[in-house]
Design a protein around this ligand. Structure first.
Ligand SMILES: Nc1ncnc2c1ncn2[C@@H]1O[C@H](COP(=O)(O)OP(=O)(O)OP(=O)(O)O)[C@@H](O)[C@H]1O
Length: 283
């Protein structure tokens, strides 16, 4: 497993480091939510979501269009205030944190990010460091940004204007900016929708190798078993199943929620199982 090896005081989680004892974090629970719900103008969009994630857990939020996935991600990341229930990050109520405290702990890669087309890729990635300024030297800041550009394969494009990138390159720049933030919790809303199949895998592997807790909205169910440790399956704004992936993403749940078949088949050439989501009906 690759871990970002940076000076401890640069890490977003340095606030909790003094509490560490013999390598064990006091705040093993990184994110928890209980009874979370959100409604607007008498319309209940999301209800009854409770979950707990530890350091390094990766939660996939899945469900059909309009099920409430983005709403849940926004509630967990503090972009939306819940109508019911509450969220805690590293043992502290999210509602009591200042925007800057939140920004030091979390990074969000969202669908609505509209970067200034004129700024360079490097400058865009550097913007992610703003909440951490004055905690690192210029050389350390530069190292973090270089590392993020390198990991996402964007080093050669660092001087290019954001507006000149392809959709996939722009998406990688968003991930690079999030990595440069060295977050404790990374929120990803459809992080790979502009990427080709191999680039999707590469990018999610990169994220999975980091020692961060991840919450990701994923539409492509094929990515879930390899990427996520936990899943919450939403239907009509309610969790239908949640927990470790193998148990929660069952055949019955997939059929009920998505109307498709989950098949586990032996790989024809390798000694492993393939998980296939079969859309039975032909086009
Ligand atoms: N501000 C709002 N006002 C009214 N309805 C809203 C608002 N925000 C979300 N909704 C509705 O809540 C439901 C859930 O939206 P959300 O974006 O969370 O779904 P989703 O599962 O992420 O959907 P998709 O897969 O299509 O991106 C949708 O029906 C949406 O129209």
């Amino acid at each position: 497993m690759i871990r970002i090896s940076l000076p401890a005081r640069l890490l977003a989680h340095d606030d909790t480091l003094p509490d560490e004892e013999e390598g064990r974090r006091v705040h093993d629970v990184t994110l928890s939510a209980s009874g979370l719900g959100w409604s607007i103008r008498d319309s209940q969009i999301l209800q009854d979501v409770s979950l707990t994630l530890g350091q390094g857990d990766r939660l996939a939020i899945v469900g059909p269009n309009g099920a409430g996935k983005t709403t849940l991600l926004q509630l967990l990341s503090g972009m939306l205030q819940p109508t019911t229930g509450a969220v805690s990050l590293v043992g502290r109520p999210l509602a009591s944190m200042t925007p800057q405290e939140r920004a030091r702990l979390t990074a969000v890669v969202g669908q609505s990010d509209q970067p200034d087309h004129r700024i360079s890729v490097r400058d865009y990635v550097e913007l992610g460091r703003i909440p951490h300024m004055q905690r690192a030297t210029r050389a350390q800041e530069r190292m973090l940004v270089d590392d993020a550009l390198e990991r996402t394969g964007l080093a050669a494009l660092a001087a290019r204007a954001m507006g000149s990138l392809s959709g996939g390159e722009r998406q990688r720049a968003q991930i690079a900016r999030a990595l440069a933030q060295a977050p404790r919790i990374l929120f990803l809303d459809e992080p790979t929708n502009h990427l080709d199949p191999l680039a999707r895998r590469t990018l999610l592997s990169l994220v999975a190798e980091l020692d961060v807790t991840v919450v990701a909205v994923l539409h492509d169910l094929h990515l879930v078993p390899d990427f996520a440790t936990h899943v919450v399956v939403l239907k009509d704004g309610r969790p239908v199943a949640s927990g470790p992936v193998a148990a929660a993403l069952s055949k019955g749940v997939v059929r009920d929620v998505f109307g498709i078949d989950l098949l586990r088949l032996p790989h024809p050439h390798e000694d492993r199982e393939l998980t296939v989501f079969d859309i039975a009906a032909p086009l």
